[in-house]
Design a protein around this ligand. Structure first.
Ligand code: NAD
Length: 351
């Protein structure tokens, strides 16, 4: 008999192609009349299209979203939201922009609508990561969960192929850790497996043809499921390692996930046979860790931390930080094993 606790989510999800045209009605459904649009400088054109759709309901665009949600940027955005008397925010973009929406939500109580354009999955989580004084901290706060998420596959077609691949593997990492999470429940296991099937099917197609709409839709579908897993069950060693590497060495988020994942899976494998079997099945391989390593390599994704700017001299410090705070992992986390895992990942060796 299975015994479990499942947490459902309150977010309304709209999925399809051309779904951005529903944004005015979704804002209206939330009773919102003064929407502030958030984006990065690079997504100004996509944001402008949403602004046109909203007409007078859009009261401004704040186009300074930045990686890792710096508090200075949030403070500027909050001041702007107040100056235009916004009653809600709409983030169009990846994890950085949605993170800004969450940071505004926690300070002002403004509800967020999200139009995700990468596969990072932040839109489905109550997790807020913020950076202040070079230190990144993460909190789980139900109030930052977007109220409405509109996935429009058309908006993902412009995501460069190389970014798409690493973003997709970032989503796979959420699914992998959900498969062996301490608090996993039957629904999280099903969603995580389905996410891996969708992403292993779609990413190789996107790597060849970035404009394949069906593959793009499949990847967004996988990202939605993987993000939901990240939002509902606890993560373990993989997310801890990536958090340390991103926060302390400034390594790029999705690329770091891509390099680290096979190595953590190799470490955790002996303690999580059911998860390993599901990962291997999604990859049509016998070996989950080797399968993930080869998958990333075949897609032309980075496989070595040294290629992402990680100094070899940082391995010891990273290992120390990874083992410092206690957290659950299917296999005990010891400094020697973490150092060995990081050394292989740094050099780009097979897991
Ligand atoms: P990102 O949001 O930083 O986007 C990367 C770049 O791609 C940006 O310049 C962006 O404007 C551009 N871009 C995004 N979509 C595009 C598109 N369709 N076409 C053209 N350009 C596009 O990258 P990300 O990987 O989505 O997010 C990373 C950030 O999100 C990190 O700070 C990470 O910590 C955070 N994150 C948080 C959670 C969470 O649950 N809180 C989950 C995943 C990631």
């Amino acid at each position: 008999m299975k015994t479990f606790v499942h947490r459902g989510q309150i977010t309304k999800v709209v999925f399809g192609s051309g779904t951005r045209s529903r944004i005015p009605e979704e804002a209206d459904a939330l009773g919102r009349r003064r929407v502030l649009i958030l984006c990065t400088p690079g997504q100004w054109d996509q944001a402008s299209e949403i602004r046109d759709l909203l007409g007078a309901t859009a009261v401004g665009t704040f186009a300074e979203a930045a990686p890792h949600t710096p508090v200075e940027v949030t403070e500027k955005a909050v001041a702007y939201a107040e100056s235009v008397e916004a009653d809600s925010v709409l983030a169009i973009g990846g994890g950085s922009t949605i993170g800004l929406g969450k940071a505004i939500a926690v300070r002002t109580g403004l509800p967020q609508l999200a139009l995700p354009t990468t596969y990072a999955g932040s839109e489905m989580t109550p997790i807020l990561g913020e950076t202040e004084g070079g230190r990144k901290t993460t909190r789980r706060l139900p109030e930052v969960l977007p109220r409405t998420v509109v996935y429009d596959v058309d908006l993902t077609l412009t995501l460069p192929v190389a970014t798409s691949v690493v973003s997709g593997v970032n989503a796979m990492a959420h699914a992998v850790e959900a498969l062996y999470a301490q608090d996993r429940d039957p629904m999280a296991f099903l969603m995580a497996g389905e996410a891996l099937d969708a992403l292993t099917r779609s990413l190789p197609v996107i790597a060849r043809r970035g404009d394949d709409v069906e593959a793009r839709a499949d990847a967004s579908y996988g990202a939605w499921l993987a993000g939901t897993c990240l939002g509902t069950v606890g993560m373990a060693l993989h997310h801890k390692v990536c958090h340390v590497l991103g926060g302390t060495f400034g390594l790029p988020h999705a690329e770091t996930h891509t390099v680290v994942l096979p190595h953590v899976v190799a470490h955790n494998g002996p303690a999580a046979p059911e998860a390993m079997a599901r990962i291997a099945s999604a990859l049509a391989r016998d070996d989950a860790a080797g399968g993930l390593f080869d998958f990333a390599g075949r897609l032309g994704a980075p496989t070595a931390l040294r290629d992402l700017g990680m100094p070899e001299s940082g391995i010891e410090q990273a290992a120390e930080l990874v083992v410092r705070d206690g957290y659950w992992n299917p296999r005990p986390v010891e400094r020697t094993a973490v150092r060995a895992l990081l050394t292989r990942a740094w050099a780009g060796e097979t897991p």
